[in-house]
Each structure stands twice: as structure tokens, then as C-alpha cells.
Design a protein around this ligand. Sequence first.
Ligand SMILES: Nc1ncnc2c1ncn2[C@@H]1O[C@H](COP(=O)(O)OP(=O)(O)OP(=O)(O)O)[C@@H](O)[C@H]1O
Ligand SMILES: [Mg+2]
Length: 583
Amino acid sequence: MSHQLPRENNFEVTSLEELAPMADYSLMNSLNCDPDATPDGVDFRPRQVFSGHYVPVRPTPIETPEYVAHSEGLFRELNFADSLAQFADFIRMFSGDLSLVPEPMSKVGWACGYALSIYGTEYVQQCPFQTGNGYGDGRAISVLEAVINGRRWEMQLKGGGRTPYCRGADGRAVLRSSVREFLAQEHMHALGVPTSRSLSLYVSKTEKVRRPWYSEGSHSRDPDQLISEPVAISTRVAPSFIRVGQLELFGRRARKQEHPGAPEELEQLVLHLIDREYNGVIDQTLATPTKIVMLARAFRSRLASLVANWIRVGYCQGNFNSDNCAAGGFTLDYGPFGFCEVFEPFYQPWTGGGQHFSFLNQPVAAEWNFKSFCSALQPLLNAHEDELAELEEIQEGFPEVMQAELQKMWAAKLGLDAFDAGLFRELMMLMTQTPVDYTVFFRELSSIPDDIGPIEKSFYRSLNQAGGADTDALLKRWSEWLAEWKSRIGIDGDGPGSSGSQFREELSRSMKLVNPKYTMREWFVVPAYQRAADGDYRPLRALQDVLTQPYAEQSNAVEARYYRLKPSELFDLGGFSHYSCSS
Ligand SMILES: Nc1ncnc2c1ncn2[C@@H]1O[C@H](COP(=O)(O)OP(=O)(O)OP(=O)(O)O)[C@@H](O)[C@H]1O
Ligand SMILES: [Mg+2]
């Protein structure tokens, strides 16, 4: 597949008219439209979509939209003027009204179907028709594909109204979950973790929907009341939104020979994925079976590196199903996620996620998603024995690749040249038994302290069951561990000003680029979305500022406010420590 690149913008985009010529809809132009679709995109009732890669859908605008925030970082990358985010035309488009967009922009968006596997097990029950043909983008609608500054981007509204995949739900996203996703995407990008990006966030001044949520101070596991919340539309941006689950939908259809065009639709989607996400990595002129093998290898390394990065920064996806796993190897779907504060290997903020999607179990969840990915590709290699064998080998090699990524990551977090199993094992025990704050601990360690004093800042003492002699024994183990660690990194206990001080400073600097100072703690986000619901967006924007520079020391005021352990009164509190799927 090759596309003519439209005009690039080496000028600042200040209006939709200037953006319009960059529109280039490769997905709609080269993939198959659902043959049962209505071209005007008025298609809001749950129904089965039997074939085709996408369904044209007209978004449903939110009533009386108001600007909440935009990503200055992404705007800069796209060469968009900041003022654009508050222009009426732009607000109209990215709050769901495409009726007036200038040519050649499309006045109709599109939604895609996908399948779901949980931990490698194929599901169809979540589809209202029990066939898998009614599951997909239920409230996500893409509205633009454009080549901007030589890069191809897809822009997708989340909460843009019903689609044929809405399963009877309202197609909306509330402000609360939209604020979380909006902030998290740009935070992850700033942390150096591949992710979909945030473009903009608009809220409705008048339209509300009801969602189950927690009453104030509730310790209930599941939401204990229905609340009315403002609806919002956030726009996310990525080279594509193709999920492992999407490949699976077409892989299943090809495997079961559901219709005569099924194998070809699978192949088209796979080639499209390569074109969108692996351009430059996989030579377009190679034969398709060779491309497929290369794709599996490239995705394996991206996925393993992604998950190692998640663990590096304390991120837990919470619901790492195949339909929440982007085939481009970046983070997607910021719903049930959270950042680990008190270190627990099985930290899991989402009440529906269980241990299998918990913090340090993410590599295993990734392995299952990778298996689902490989089995979706298999039908295309049935007549190619050698490539099929290669694919199998690549699939079986996932744990080894994952392990290597994890060891590299832990070594980097500890400032070591190579992973040290003994040192790591004792550290995990100490971190769990103490327990420590994941972010504060590694950041304090990055200063290479003389003794455990600074590290003690990260201790959640109130959670420690041990007392008296046991606590002394724990502190002694910490001191021993620190001494051992310092000898491994090549720094003896001489203190600052010793012969190695320059080396020490450099090592400290590099560790601080691996171990962030600020991460997205839910108790910072709660007041930001609560105030936003009252029309005060300042706390949200202040938080956005802090979270987009997570490695910087930032001001004393920022440090005092955001570089802190979670207050004990917030433990086990609904909406702060855990949340249900409706987040
Ligand atoms: N309010 C809603 N209306 C229609 N469909 C919905 C709604 N909420 C969730 N869905 C659909 O239910 C499925 C599971 O929801 P989940 O929370 O994983 O996804 P999401 O957060 O909406 O979307 P994404 O994975 O696109 O970020 C998805 O297919 C989603 O589109
Ligand atoms: Mg999802």
C-alpha cells in the first residue's frame, strides 16, 4: 500500500481550513466498509456487523461544549497554534459535530469491530448477539486521519455517541473518566512510555448521564450510588487504533471461514497495520508471509519493552485484555489503570481486574495477548510451513524476551550495568515487607544516599505490622542492602566529596532519568475532576503541568504538594484506592 503524501505543514496551523488539506483517509480508502452500513453514518442502534473493517458513523455532538484543556506538547508536535483549541470550528469538530468541517475532511467518522480474549481465552458472551459481531468501538469514533509534518495520525473521539457496537449503552464518557484519560496519556508520554496521545478535552455545560459511583468517604468495593455526571469528549491521537482484538476478530472469521472474503479481509488488515505502525521497520516490497513473520517479531519486542516500561514507572493497566492491547505496541485505554503507590507486587486498582491483571503480573498478561496476536495471524500462513514454524517459535520465545527486558529495566532502575538476582530478590522482600512508596523509594535511591535516612521517607510506617525488635531488624536489613547495593554500583561508603563524587553525580543523574519524581496519584486527580465538574479547570491544568515533567525536580512548592506518600485516610477509599469498570 502506498499513499501520496499530501501537503505538509511547515507553518503553524491556525484554522481548520489550514488543517483540512492534510486530511488523508487511508483506512477508509483502502480497507472495506461494512456492506450493510448507511453512507450517511446515521447508525446508532446495536446491530451485527458481519464483514468489512469499519462502519461509517456520524458522531453525536455533546450539547453546549466548553473548552477544558488541550495538550500543548502534542499541539507543538503537530504545529497547531494553541489558540486553535479554543476556536469555535475546532471545538465544534472535536466535540462531535462534523457537519461543517471544510473539504476534503469527512463529515462522517468511523468505528471498528473487535474481538475479546481474556488471558488467551476467546470470548463472545460480551456481544449482545452471542456471535462476536456486535462488539467493538462502542463509544470511540475516529474523525480524522491526516499526514502532519510527515507523520500519519488518526484522531479519535472518545465518548462521541452511539455506534452499532454500543450494545445498548449511551456512547458517552463522563468528565471524570475523560480527565483521567486526558491527563494520563500525556503523563505517560512525558514518562517516555509509548502511548496514544491526548489532543483536547471538551465538556458539556448541560448534558449529563448517570453512572454508578462511590458516595463520599465510601469504603465499599463497588459503587454504592448512581450519580449524574457531565459528559465530555476527549480526543486521542495515534498512528492507528488497531488492537490485538481487532486482528483476532478477522483471524477468527478466517479460521472459521465465516464468509468467503474472510481471509482476504484479515490480510488487508494485517497489511494496513504494517503500513500504519511498522512502516520503516518492515520493507513494503517483501512477500506477505515474510512480512507477517517480521511483524510478529517486531510486535513481540515492542510489547515486551512496553510492559517493562509500565513496571518501571509503576503503571498498572488493570484490564490488559486483547481488546485493550494496541497492535502498534503502545498503551491504550486508560480506564481501569492506576499508578502503584504503596508497593505491592499484586497491586490492582480496578475491582474487576483480579490478580491476573495486577502490577507485576502484566508480563504474563502480555504473553497471553501475544499468543492471541499470533493465532490471529496463523490463518494467513497455513500454506507456508516455514513461516508458520517461525511464527510458532517467535510466540514461544516471548517469555525469554520479556525476561530480558525486565532485567534490563530493573538494572537501569538500580543504576547497575547488569541485573543482579540476589540484590533484586532481597530488595523486593524489603519493599514488600516495609512497605515502601514505589515512586519515592526509587527516586530517593537515585540520590545515592549515604545511609538509609532519605529512603525512610518512602516508608509507609503505619502499614508495617512489625514493631520493636522486628522493625529494628528490618532497618538493619535495609542498611545492609544499601551497603551491598553501593558496593555493586561501585560507590563505597565514603560520602560526598570522596574521590568518586563526579561518578556518583553522573550515576545519580542517569538514575533520575529512569526513576520519575512525580507520578499520577489518584488522590491528585480526584479534586481535579471534581473541581472541573464545577467549571473550575485550574487544578486540572496545574496537575497537567506537573505530570508533563515527571523527571524534573520542579519548584519547592510543587515538591511539597506532589512528592508525597498517600495519606493514610485515603486507603481503601472508593474512587481513590480502587474503582469499578465505569471509571
Ligand atoms: N458508555 C458506553 N457506551 C457504549 N459503549 C461503551 C460505553 N462504555 C464502554 N463501552 C464499550 O464497552 C467495551 C468495553 O469498555 P472499556 O471500558 O474497555 O472501553 P473504553 O474505555 O470505552 O474504550 P477504549 O478501549 O476504546 O479506550 C468497549 O468496546 C467500549 O467501546
Ligand atoms: Mg477498552
